[in-house]
Design a protein around this ligand. Structure first.
Ligand SMILES: Nc1ncnc2c1ncn2[C@@H]1O[C@H](COP(=O)(O)OP(=O)(O)O)[C@@H](O)[C@H]1O
Ligand SMILES: O=C(CO)[C@H](O)[C@H](O)COP(=O)(O)O
Length: 583
C-alpha cells in the first residue's frame, strides 16, 4: 500500500493527485486559487490562500477515493515560477502590495510586469550570467521583482524579507526546512551550478552588487537560499528536502513524517509527467507501446506545458545556447543534464481574453451553457457547423483571410521582447458568433504558428526536436492539438491523464523522495518516469496538401506580422527621437 501525492499549483488552481506505485492516478481534486490585479500589469497571490487550497484538494482527493492517509509515502510539489516573500525573523508572509505593503498578498505572480525599469537595468549590465537565462533576464523572473521591492518598500521592511520561488516556499511550509531546489534558484533567480567555461559559477556577487541587490549577498546569500544551498547543497528535482512537519500534517490531514521531494516549477513537472511515456513515434498507429525507453529519447521530445501560458522544455546532454529561450539550465531536473525553456507568456489566458472581449461572447456562453458544455468545445462544434453550412472544405478555409498575431502579453520566445503586442488583418464590423468563432480559430492558429517558430529556433541552435509531448488544459482542445502537429510537422502526444499530467509529474517527485535511503540517496528520476509514465494518444500532422499550403503561407504572414511590428515601432521611435513625455 504505497501511495504518493503530487501537488500542482498553476496560475488558476491548486490540484492534488494520488498515485499508486505503478503510477496510476487513484485520486484527484482541485480548488481555484485567488488572483488579485491591483493595477494594470500587476498580479498578486497569497501563500496562505494557496496553502488553504492545497489542503482542501489533498483532503478531498483522500476522502473521495477512500485512501488511508497512512498509505502516503511521499509528496512532491510544483508551482508557477512566482516570487514568495516571508519575514526573516517571524517566518510570516510579507505583503508585496505597494504603497502601504499591508495586504496578506505575499506573492508577485510570474505574469506581473511591474519591474520594467529594474529589468532594463539588469540587462544593461551585459553580465555573463545573462547567457544562462537566454541572453536577457525576463521581466517574468524573480531578480527584477526583488529589485522592485527594494526600490519600493520601506528599507526596514525590505531588510527583513527572505525570498523564495513559490515551489520552494511550499516545501518550506511543508517541512519547516530551508533547502532550495536547483530548479528554482537556477531558472528564476540567477544561480549557475556550473558554467560551460568555468567563468560563471554559483551566485554572481558582482552582478548583484552592480544592480543594487548587494543586500542579498550578505550572510552567505542567506535570504535567497545560502551560498551553496543549505549544508552546501541545492537539490535536483525530487531529492529529499525533509519530512512533513506536525503543523503542515495537521492542516493537510496526513500523518507527519512523510518524505517531501524538492519541488519544481510547474512547466518542469509537465516535462516529468509526459516525456518518459513509452510510445511508438513512428507510423500511423495510435497508442502502441514500446518496450525500451532509454533516456536519450528525451533529447528529441519537446514538452509543451499548455495552461495559462505555454512552456516548451527540451533536455540536452550538453549546453545549447538559444537566443530568446531561457537557459541552458544544468542540474534542474536530472543532475548533469541541461534544460532549455522556451515559452509563450499567455496562451490559455490569450484565448480567454479574445473570447471574452468579443461582442458575441455572452450569446456564445449562454448557448454553450444550454448544451452543458464549455466555451471551447462549443466554439469547436460551431466551427464544424459553419463548415457544413458554408460547404467549405475545412475550418482552416473559413479563416483563410484572417491574420491574427497574439503577443498581447509580450513575447517570451523566441524574440524575448516584452513590448510586443497584438495585430489583426481582416477585421470587419461583424459582431456575430460566427465572427467570434473565426477570431477564436485564428488565435488557435497563432498559438500553433508561434510554437513552430520556437521549435525552429531550438533546432537551428542545436536541439533535435522531432515530437511534442503536451500537457495542461489546452491538450483537451482537439483543433489546437491538430494545428500544432500540422504547423510543426511532428507528432503530438496527448497524455493519458489530460486533466492531471503536470500533477502526475509532481507525484513522481514524491515517489523519488520516498525512495531515499538512510543517507538520503534517492532513485534516479528517469527510472521512476520510465516506470510510472503513461502513454496516451498520438495526433499526427495533416497530410492534406491544401491544409499544408495554407499553413505555410500563414506562417510567412505570421513572421511578417512579428518582425514588422518591431520595425514599425523603431520607425516611430526614430522619427520622434527625444520627444519628451509631458507629466
Ligand atoms: N479546451 C480548452 N482549449 C483551450 N484552452 C483551454 C481549454 N480549457 C481550458 N483552457 C485554458 O487553459 C487555462 C487553464 O489551464 P490549466 O492547465 O488549468 O492552467 P494553470 O496550470 O495555469 O492554472 C485557462 O487559461 C483556459 O483558458
Ligand atoms: O514561466 C513559467 C515556467 O517557467 C510558467 O509560465 C508559469 O509558471 C505559469 O504557468 P501556468 O501557465 O501553468 O500557470
Amino acid at each position: 500500500m504505497d501511495y504518493y501525492i503530487g501537488i500542482d499549483v498553476g496560475t488558476g488552481s491548486a490540484r492534488a493527485c494520488i498515485i499508486d506505485n505503478k503510477g496510476d492516478i487513484v485520486g484527484l481534486a482541485s480548488e481555484n486559487i485567488g488572483l488579485w490585479q491591483p493595477q494594470q500589469g500587476y498580479y498578486e497571490q497569497s501563500t496562505s490562500d494557496i496553502w488553504r487550497c492545497i489542503c482542501i484538494s489533498v483532503q478531498r482527493a483522500i476522502s473521495q477515493h477512500n485512501i488511508n492517509p497512512s498509505w502516503i509515502r511521499g509528496i512532491g510539489f510544483d508551482a508557477t515560477c512566482s516570487l514568495a516573500v516571508f519575514s526573516n525573523d517571524t517566518d510570516e508572509p510579507v505583503s508585496v502590495t505597494g504603497p502601504n505593503f499591508d495586504t496578506d498578498r505575499n506573492v508577485i505572480l510570474w505574469l506581473d510586469h511591474r519591474p520594467v525599469e529594474e529589468t532594463e537595468k539588469i540587462n544593461a549590465t551585459n553580465h555573463n550570467l545573462l547567457r544562462y537565462v537566454g541572453g536577457k533576464m525576463s521581466i517574468e523572473m524573480e531578480i527584477p521583482k526583488i529589485l522592485w521591492l527594494k526600490n519600493n518598500m520601506p528599507k526596514e521592511l525590505f531588510d527583513r524579507c527572505k525570498f523564495y520561488d513559490l515551489a520552494d516556499a511550499l516545501t518550506h511550509i511543508a517541512t519547516g526546512n530551508e533547502k532550495r531546489s536547483f530548479c528554482s534558484v537556477v531558472c528564476k533567480q540567477g544561480y549557475v551550478p556550473v558554467g560551460v567555461d568555468g567563468s560563471v559559477k554559483g551566485w554572481q556577487e558582482d552582478f548583484l552588487k552592480e544592480i543594487g541587490l548587494e543586500d542579498l549577498t550578505k550572510d552567505n546569500f542567506k535570504r535567497i537560499g545560502g551560498v551553496n544551498g543549505v549544508n552546501g547543497e541545492y537539490l535536483s528535482a525530487g531529492e529529499l528536502v525533509g519530512t512533513l512537519c506536525e503543523k503542515a500534517a495537521a492542516e493537510l490531514g496526513l500523518p507527519p513524517g512523510i518524505a517531501i521531494g524538492s519541488g519544481v516549477i510547474d512547466a518542469y513537472a509537465g516535462w516529468i509527467g509526459t516525456v518518459g511515456a513509452k510510445v511508438n513515434l513512428e507510423g500511423d498507429e495510435l497508442d502502441s507501446e514500446v518496450a525500451s525507453n532509454d533516456r536519450t529519447q528525451a533529447f528529441t521530445r519537446l514538452a509543451a506545458v499548455a495552461g495559462t501560458s505555454t512552456c516548451h522544455l527540451a533536455m540536452s546532454p550538453n549546453p545549447v545556447f538559444v537566443p530568446g529561450v531561457w537557459g541552458p539550465y544544468r542540474d534542474t531536473i536530472l543532475p548533469g543534464y541541461w534544460m532549455a525553456e522556451g515559452g509563450q507568456s499567455a496562451t490559455g489566458e490569450l484565448l480567454r481574453h479574445i473570447i471574452e472581449t468579443h461582442p458575441a461572447f455572452n450569446q456564445a456562453l449562454s448557448i454553450a451553457e444550454s448544451y452543458h458544455t464549455n466555451i471551447y468545445d462549443y466554439l469547436n462544434e460551431h466551427l464544424k457547423e459553419m463548415v457544413q453550412e458554408q460547404q467549405a472544405p475545412s475550418i482552416s478555409y473559413l479563416g483563410r483571410h484572417f491574420f491574427f498575431y497574439g503577443d498581447l502579453f509580450g513575447n517570451r520566445s523566441p524574440i524575448a521582447d516584452s513590448r510586443m503586442t497584438g495585430s489583426v488583418i481582416g477585421l470587419t464590423s461583424d459582431k456575430s458568433v460566427d465572427s467570434l468563432s473565426i477570431y477564436y480559430y485564428a488565435t488557435l492558429e497563432f498559438i500553433a504558428l508561434q510554437t513552430k517558430q520556437i521549435v525552429e529556433t531550438l533546432n537551428k541552435a542545436g536541439h533535435n526536436i522531432n515530437s511534442i509531448f503536451m500537457s495542461g488544459s489546452q491538450c483537451q482542445n482537439e483543433i489546437l492539438v491538430k494545428l500544432i502537429a500540422s504547423a510543426c510537422n511532428v507528432p503530438v502526444l496527448i497524455p493519458r491523464y489530460v486533466h492531471a499530467a503536470v500533477c502526475h509529474g509532481a507525484a513522481m517527485l514524491g515517489a523519488k523522495a520516498a525512495s531515499a535511503d538512510s543517507e538520503g540517496k534517492t532513485e534516479d528520476l528517469w527510472e521512476i518516469m520510465d516506470r510510472m509514465s503513461k502513454p496516451g494518444r498520438k495526433v499526427l500532422p495533416t497530410t492534406d496538401p491544401h491544409e499544408k499550403a495554407l499553413l505555410d503561407v500563414k506562417y510567412r504572414v505570421f513572421l511578417e506580422q512579428c518582425y514588422k511590428q518591431q520595425e514599425y515601432r523603431n520607425l516611430v521611435d526614430q522619427a520622434i527621437g527625444s520627444w519628451e513625455k509631458t507629466k
